[in-house]
Write a protein that binds this ligand. Structure first.
Ligand code: SF4
Length: 340
C-alpha cells in the first residue's frame, strides 16, 4: 500500500491476521500518518474479518510498546506503523507487528549534493527507519565518487544495519575508529545533532524530502544545545529536591538507572522521588511545585529536545553527575538508551 509517499506493507498484516484468526486489532500510527487512519481501517476491515481500533495517543517510536491494558478492550493483535521493532524487547504482552513506512522519495539528488560537504574518504552511513532501504544505493553513489562507505550493525536496540534512533547511535559509535565523517539520511535535526555530539566527528545531513544538505547548521545547533545544557546544569547546582522521571512506555523504562540516580542523590544528601509518566508534558509536571529539578530516565529527547517547554530544568542522568561533581563538563556525553 502506498500512502503519502510511503510504501507500507499492509499485505503482510492481512496475512498474519488471517492466519492467526485475530478479531480485534489496535493500530498505532505516527503523527504524520494519523490523517490517513480511515484508509488503514478500510483496507484492513475490507480484506479481513477484524475490527480495527485506532490508538489516538502519540506514538513517537518503537519504544511505545503496545500496553497490556489493551487486553481490557479485547484487543488480540497490535500493529504499529512507521517504526521498526526494537529487537531487545521481547516480552511484549500482546502479539504485534511493526510495519515500517519506507519513503518513496528519491534520494540520489540530495546524496549527490552532499558529496562536496563530506570530510575525508571513509564515510559512515546512517539513516532513520524510513530510508534504511536506500543505504545500499547511498553506498553505491559514494563508491562511484571514490569514497569508502562504512555501514555497521548497532546494538540490541537497533533493528537494521546503519539505523540510528534518537536514543541510540550505536550503529555509528561502532565504526567511530574506522570513519572520517558521517552522512545521515533523514529529516529533522535531532538525529544528526545527536550524532554530532556523540561521535565528535563531522556530520552531513541529507534530507530527501527538502533536498537540503546541512552541515554548518548542525554545528551551530550543537553549540546552542550544549550552551543550553551547560545553563541547565548550572541552574541545577543548588537544587535540593529532585523528581526522577520514569517512562511507563515499555521501551523507555530504565528502572536500574532510576535507582542508581536515586542512590546517587542520596549519597549527596539530596531528596528525591520517582515520578512515572506515560506522556511527558509541561502540564503534567507543573503541579510538582516543590521539585527543583527533574532527572529524566525516559526518552532522552524529553530533556534535550523539549528543554524550552519546561519551567524547571530537566536533566539527563549524565548531566546530574556533572551537577554533583562526579563528572567534568569536558566529559559530557549524550544520553542514550543502550540495551534495556
Ligand atoms: S525512546 Fe525516544 S528516541 Fe528512543 S525510540 Fe522512543 S521516542 Fe524515539
Amino acid at each position: 500500500m502506498e500512502i503519502s509517499g510511503y510504501s507500507i506493507d499492509l499485505e503482510k498484516t492481512v496475512k498474519t491476521i488471517t492466519d492467526e484468526g485475530y478479531k480485534i486489532v489496535a493500530l498505532q500510527l505516527p503523527e504524520g500518518l494519523k490523517s490517513y487512519a480511515s484508509k488503514f481501517v478500510e483496507f484492513l476491515e475490507n480484506k479481513t474479518d477484524v475490527t480495527v481500533i485506532i490508538i489516538a495517543d502519540s506514538c513517537f517510536g518503537a519504544c511505545d510498546i503496545p500496553n497490556y491494558q489493551l487486553k481490557n478492550l479485547d484487543v488480540d493483535f497490535v500493529i504499529q506503523i512507521g517504526h521498526t521493532p526494537i529487537p531487545d524487547i521481547v516480552d511484549i504482552p500482546i502479539p504485534n507487528l511493526f510495519i515500517n513506512a519506507q519513503s518513496k522519495t528519491n534520494i540520489d539528488k540530495v546524496v549527490e549534493k552532499s558529496i562536496n560537504h563530506l570530510d575525508g574518504k571513509k564515510i559512515g552511513i546512517v539513516a532513520t527507519a524510513q530510508h534504511l532501504h536506500e543505504i545500499k544505493n547511498v553506498c553505491d553513489i559514494l563508491t562511484n565518487h571514490d569514497f569508502e562507505p562504512v555501514v555497521s550493525e548497532g546494538d540490541g536496540r537497533i533493528y537494521a544495519n546503519g539505523q540510528i534512533l534518537g536514543c541510540n547511535f550505536s550503529a555509528a559509535i561502532n565504526i567511530l575508529e574506522n570513519v572520517d565523517s558521517f552522512l545521515f539520511l533523514g529529516s529533522g535535526n535531532f538525529h544528526p545533532v545527536g550524532l554530532l555530539i556523540c561521535s565528535k566527528k563531522p556530520v552531513v545531513a541529507a534530507d530527501p524530502y527538502t533536498n537540503e544538505v546541512k552541515k554548518l547548521e548542525l554545528e551551530e545547533l550543537k553549540d546552542t544545545i550544549l550552551r543550553q545544557r551547560y545553563g541547565a546544569i548550572a541552574n541545577s547546582k543548588n537544587s535540593k529536591k529532585f523528581g526522577i522521571l520514569i517512562g511507563i512506555k515499555q521501551g523507555q523504562q530504565r528502572m536500574d538507572l532510576a535507582f542508581k540516580v536515586k542512590d546517587l542523590l542520596k549519597e549527596f544528601n539530596r531528596k528525591s522521588m520517582f515520578i512515572a509518566l506515560e506522556f511527558f508534558s509541561p502540564t503534567a509536571l507543573q503541579c510538582f511545585r516543590d521539585i527543583d529539578c527533574f532527572i529524566s530516565t525516559a526518552c532522552p529527547r524529553i530533556a534535550i529536545d523539549d528543554y524550552l517547554l519546561y519551567k524547571k530544568p530537566i536533566l539527563t542522568p549524565i548531566e546530574l553527575e556533572i551537577v554533583l561533581g562526579k563528572r567534568k563538563w569536558d566529559d559530557y556525553q549524550f544520553d542514550q538508551i543502550i540495551n534495556i
